[in-house]
Write a protein that binds this ligand. Structure first.
Ligand code: SF4
Length: 330
């Protein structure tokens, strides 16, 4: 089990988005409704760890990543980066700290300005943050970052535009752009889900190599359990804005406790037998505007009890580093 110094600590993080009312709804309803995208999430990430946040689309995992970096502002809660309460920082202080906390997006084509060359894309953060004193120093740092993401020889790529690169090469440029600032922590939001299967392994290997080489910690956001197993040290399973289960990745995979985790694992096709088990009710989660009472998973759970409809289970420790939010275990 991974342990050591905590680089990031999240306490009871919430992000609720107000629902804009239409003419009809504003006439007949005075109550302000909210999309409870993140609804009380707590966890820690250790130095040098890859922590996976796993769940279906719309479960709130991307909003957690963006709120941690204050790309969106939180509704409530606390996030500490190396002990610093980042929600108390001014915009200027946050801008400085963000050098150490970078974000890699799902779609490199969207995150890279199509009118900029690779040299300008990777070099821009250095100039904006005033981290270089000369053109020569800037070039050296850009070349090093390109080598680190294995865009070799770097000279071949410096003058290329994003549309001249493959999807894998674009994602490497996006990683180099983050890496050039020497970050200590990276939020990687589905970083390989837009890439061909053959390219995914290469990008993941680069991310792991950078972790070993520079001690970078990651929050790895994914909907793909198999991918999480490959790259993560620990994972948290998210459902409708909350964590349902958290633990060592192998522990959770081999011994899943929460009925939702079991359902996700059952839905991964068994490559040898080709079997998929259906162990969940309904195809889509309820709306995050009308979160069910008690356990929010209860309308889809095959093990539901009366208590589940009344009381929300807390995320409690059930084993060494293994936590679960379910009345079957509490
Ligand atoms: Fe199912 Fe009840 Fe556990 Fe929720 S608390 S996952 S409804 S058994």
């Amino acid at each position: 089990m991974i342990s050591g110094n905590v680089i990031l600590k999240i306490e009871d993080l919430k992000k609720w988005f107000p629902v804009r009312k239409g003419l009809f709804t504003s006439l007949f309803s005075k109550r302000q409704e909210f999309v409870r995208a993140v609804d009380g999430v707590s966890f820690e990430i250790f130095e040098g760890e890859v922590f996976g946040l796993v769940g279906e689309s719309g479960c709130g995992k991307t909003t957690v990543g963006k709120t941690i970096l204050r790309v969106v502002e939180p509704t409530s809660g606390r996030v500490y980066f190396k002990g610093i309460d980042i929600f108390k920082l001014s915009k200027g202080e946050m801008r400085k700290l963000r050098r150490k906390m970078q974000l890699i997006y799902q779609d490199p084509f969207e995150s890279l300005n199509p009118r900029m060359t690779v040299y300008n894309l990777v070099g821009e953060p250095l100039s904006v943050n005033k981290l270089v004193n000369s053109v020569d120093e800037k070039m050296k740092k850009v070349v090093k970052a390109l080598e680190d993401v294995e865009l070799k020889p770097p000279e071949v790529f410096l003058d290329k535009f994003p549309h001249e690169l493959s999807g894998g090469q674009r994602q490497r440029v996006a990683i180099a752009r983050a890496l050039v600032l020497q970050p200590e922590f990276i939020v990687a939001d589905e970083p390989v889900s837009m890439l061909d299967v053959s390219i995914r392994a290469e990008i993941l290997e680069i991310m792991l190599k950078l972790k070993e080489h520079y001690g970078i910690s990651y929050l790895f956001i994914t909907h793909d359990l198999a991918l999480a197993r490959h790259i993560c040290d620990r994972i948290a399973i998210m459902y409708l804005g909350k964590i349902m289960e958290l633990g060592d990745v192998e522990d959770v995979m081999r011994n899943p406790l929460h009925p939702y985790t079991k359902a996700l694992l059952d839905a991964v096709p068994d490559i040898i037998g080709g079997k998929i088990k259906v162990s969940i009710k309904g195809f889509v989660p309820p709306s995050p505007i009308n979160i069910p009472s008690g356990c929010r998973f209860h309308p889809r759970c095959l093990k539901v009890m009366d208590l589940c409809r009344r009381e929300e289970p807390q995320l409690l420790k059930v084993g060494s580093g293994h936590y679960v939010a379910c009345h079957l275990y509490n």
